[in-house]
Design a protein around this ligand. Structure first.
Ligand SMILES: [Fe+2]
Ligand SMILES: [Fe+2]
Length: 297
């Protein structure tokens, strides 16, 4: 399918801008994460990651211009620029994840984490393409299941408009994607606290990881059968709110140097990065949950 097909309804522009403003910032930080997560001698990875950081910073500056809503041709330009950068960054992430998995690239970050940020990129581009006639990712691309079925993605600002049975399909897929992502976040954080002195944080974040993994399993079991998806979404919203509160407090402890043993063994900005993604998940749940309840999903 043509990546530059811009034959779409201009009504979706605010939803496109919302997705681009949110996710391009996250992708910028993904490039920085790769940059700071590989070994000191990995010059090729540094150079390529740095190029993405520069290009994403330029793109974000343009996206933050206040007149964009009234300038469709500029939005289309930025949409194409976003797609082009994302296509390159996607290949880079796949290459780095394979290199780490095969020990050709020495790194502190695991290959699984690089695959996690590749799945986030596919989710983002899928949201844009869903309303601009571009290629849609499959369940396998987003790590939902090993099947080639297309995902029913909808940008979050347009989720309020969906109705009838599509509500249950979109809710199932958003839940499968985000409970997996959230479990990864908590399990990742748990592995980076200092031994002994921060054992309490390891234990608490591991607990969040286990609870998101449990909700993911429960949702996964519903993919081919009816069940209480709305009930699991309610539990996810409650758990995610506790997780957001926890991350906020952790960020405060780090910013004020009040965490036992001072810093943690990972980049403090990653806590904020994860917080933003969990907030995105919460905003999706707040829109979909009443709809899923009404449809008896
Ligand atoms: Fe991310
Ligand atoms: Fe993430």
């Amino acid at each position: 399918m043509n990546q530059d097909n811009n034959d779409f309804n201009l009504r979706v522009i605010p939803a496109l801008l919302d997705e681009m403003l949110f996710w391009n910032r996250q992708l910028d930080e993904h490039a920085r994460l790769i940059r700071s997560g590989v070994d000191l001698g990995e010059d090729n990875v540094f150079r390529e990651a740095d190029q993405y950081v520069v290009m994403y910073d330029q793109l974000l500056t343009q996206l933050q211009s206040t007149e964009l809503n009234a300038n469709p041709s500029m939005v289309i330009y930025l949409l194409n620029r976003t797609r082009m950068l994302a296509a390159g960054l996607r290949e880079f992430k796949i290459k780095v994840a394979q290199g780490i998995a095969e020990c050709r690239i020495k790194a502190m970050i695991p290959a699984d984490l690089v695959d996690h940020i590749r799945r986030e990129l596919d989710f983002f581009i899928g949201n844009l393409n869903a309303v601009t006639n571009g290629p849609i990712p499959t369940w396998e691309d987003l790590g939902l299941d090993h099947i080639q079925q297309n995902v029913s993605l909808v940008p979050r600002m347009l989720l309020g408009e969906i109705e009838n049975r599509i509500v249950c399909q979109v809710s199932l897929e958003e839940m499968l994607f985000w409970t997996h992502i959230s479990g990864d976040h908590a399990n990742l954080l748990a592995s980076y606290f200092k031994p002994n002195i921060q054992a309490q944080f390891t234990q608490e974040t591991s607990q969040f990881g286990a609870e998101f993994d449990r909700l993911h399993q429960q949702t996964f079991q519903l993919r081919n059968q009816r069940g209480n998806l709305a009930g699991i979404m309610q539990s996810a919203a409650e758990l995610n709110q506790c997780w957001l509160n926890y991350l906020l407090e952790l960020g405060r402890l780090l910013a004020s140097c009040r965490i036992p043993g001072q810093g943690i063994n990972l980049w403090p900005a990653l806590v904020t990065h994860i917080y933003r993604e969990q907030e995105y998940f919460q905003s999706v749940l707040m829109i979909l949950l009443p709809k899923a309840q009404m449809e008896n999903c």
